[in-house]
Design a binder for this molecule. Structure first.
Ligand code: APR
Length: 316
């Protein structure tokens, strides 16, 4: 039986890192496609040459030929510009719309049965554009943001409490912008509410302030890294895409926050928004609806209205 074919469209920082992670885990044969001559070939040669040392032997191809993505079962899209210091994700919309329009036509024509995970920012708008052009059913097209945002929230909680990140579960819903919705009520450490542990460690009054600081830092976490590196994050986005790819390729039925097309869920119709989903071999297998309280719903609706104004501006 042949290995699964995974195509990565965009061989920059995130695409190259993801190719490396997929190869190490031998999740399939990997094609890295980019428009820059020689770049994907060089990256894949580098990863190939590490194979004998680490012991992986999947087939790796770097390519500038769109034909090489033909028949891919899973496609991860990172083509497009990342932000620079001082830019918001929304500032990328004009240039990245053109790139994603072309990439989406490619996917529609060469890999019509693929499951697509898209990362390019502004995420919620770019995944909408890709869906519009490919016409893929909603289970086969999703955006990656919530896994990363939730991971960041969990990392900050773990550091504040001095506990292992392995035991922290956190969930961030909504759009992938500064209005994202970290769900404080659902954050827990091995089932113990984070609010309880913060109160035990810092006292009731300070606990609330710290939780607000953690939420605020989570919302601005992407920008914090851009400010430090003068370039956008790529390790944590690549690992987050890997988690989603692995959930599909290994039919894991993982419960992950995914940027999914809502058709009435959460009172939203026709927009991609980050919500918890069961992810398996068919892609998004179920959207999980949570009962939000008034405060959470208010934040969620604010985030959705931001997504709507951005997407409506595309005039799709
Ligand atoms: N087809 C394929 N690749 C393309 C195309 C295209 N039409 N247009 C641009 N690319 C490639 C670029 O040549 C570059 O190698 O996309 C790659 C993007 O890589 P980086 O600039 O390193 O950006 P990266 O950090 O990987 O982020 C990619 O994901 O998270 C988002 O905000 C981020 O929008 C950005 C995207």
């Amino acid at each position: 039986m042949a290995r699964r074919k995974i195509a990565l469209i965009g061989g920059g920082q995130i695409g190259g890192t993801l190719a490396h992670l997929l190869a190490q885990r031998e999740l399939g044969d990997v094609v890295l496609f980019d428009v820059v001559k020689d770049l994907p070939q060089g990256k894949m040669l580098d990863i190939f040459e590490a194979g004998p040392v680490d012991g992986y032997d999947c087939r790796l191809l770097g390519s500038n030929d769109p034909e090489d993505i033909r028949g891919a079962e899973l496609i991860v899209v990172t083509a497009g510009l990342p932000r620079k210091p001082g830019m918001s994700r929304d500032d990328l919309i004009t240039v990245n719309s053109k790139i994603i329009a072309g990439v989406s036509e490619l996917i529609r024509d060469k890999a019509p049965d693929a499951i697509v995970i898209l990362l390019t920012n502004p995420l919620d708008a770019m995944v909408t554009l890709c869906r519009k052009i490919t016409g893929f059913p909603r289970n086969r097209i999703m955006g990656m943001a919530g896994v990363l945002d939730s991971g960041r929230f969990a990392a900050f909680i773990a550091a504040e409490l001095g506990v292992s990140v392995q035991d922290v579960h956190a969930l961030v819903l909504g759009g992938h912008g500064d209005e994202m919705v970290p769900l404080v009520r659902f954050a827990n450490v091995s089932g113990i509410p984070v609010s309880v542990l913060l109160e035990q460690k810092f006292g009731t009054e300070r606990a609330g302030e710290i939780m607000n600081e953690l939420v605020d830092r989570t919302r601005r976490a992407g920008g914090e890294i851009v400010g430090l590196m003068k370039n956008s994050a790529f390790i944590s986005p690549a690992f987050s895409a890997l988690a989603m790819a692995e959930a599909v390729l290994c039919d894991r039925k993982r419960v992950l926050p995914v940027c999914a097309l809502l058709e009435g869920e959460y009172g939203v119709d026709g927009y991609f928004v980050g919500v918890p989903c069961i992810v398996g071999a068919s892609g998004i297998e179920k959207i999980i609806e949570l009962e939000l309280n008034d405060e959470e719903r208010g934040m969620f609706e604010e985030s959705v209205s931001h997504v709507k104004s951005l997407v409506d501006g595309l005039n799709l």
